[in-house]
Write a new protein. Sequence first.
Length: 319
Amino acid sequence: FRQFCKNLISHKNFEVAILICIIINCITIALERPAIQPGSLERRILDRSSHFFCFVFLVEMLLKVTVLGLVFGKESYCRSLWNIMAGFLVVTYGVDILLVTPGKRSSLGILNIPHVLRPLRMVERTPKLRLTVEALFRSVKPMGNIIVICGIFFFFYSIVGVQAIISVFVMYSMDGWVNLMYDGLDAVGVDQQPVANYNLWMLLYFISFILMSFILLDMFIGVMVETFHKCQLEQRKANDPESEQQNETEELTYFHHYSPLRLKIHSICTNEALEYFMNAVILLNVLMMGAEHYENPGVTHTHTHWAERLVCCSSWWEI
């Protein structure tokens, strides 16, 4: 019997059926609203659908408990947080149905709150979404250190600017920070009328803060990307360790079958000297493009011609 249950829950059609039930259940939960009249047709349909989905999810939980066991064992039902969440939803769903008055909603409204977690069941059954959620939760701990750095950073700039820290936070959100910058440039003193561009040195304060905010934002993104990459590698190793080792070997030796000419080109492209040269060309290209402006004084046709040739040459080298 346990073998039959195992074959059943591991079947592809069973997974698809449960996923369809989860999607429809999420839709019915979203249709719930206080304006539904007790005893109406819509109220009866939603109640019947709740009973049906509760029964389906209860059967699914019982099948998994039968196959995996409840507590004991490395792969038991309660060893997985996803299974614990699913079981908790089934229990609260059942209690909600038992307490419900026919044609009305539950008298214990707090039991409706866990229902918003129902869409997470879709995440459980989609490996890529589950990988993303796991990376999100695992990145919380390293992000704590970055949040502390952000707090120190905000505190320092709020003291230097002699403002309330809320203004610094608004600047970090990039929402209306230009208006705050103009207010800082026009500020003269307490109870004095502002003067346009009175203190241009305040530009250093605002621009430096914006630059540092970009660096902090990149740190958050870097933590997320690194955590996602680690979770992805762990998931691949857990699914197929042999294929992971084979892929790593192929990545290290993918160019060994190249022809001698292609190997020579490969060695040139991977040389650090070429990287430095290309960085210099890109920098020169940017400077040449930045030097052009409207009504250039004293620029002859020859100078413009050589500048255009230099830009084209740098673009060709970059290719």
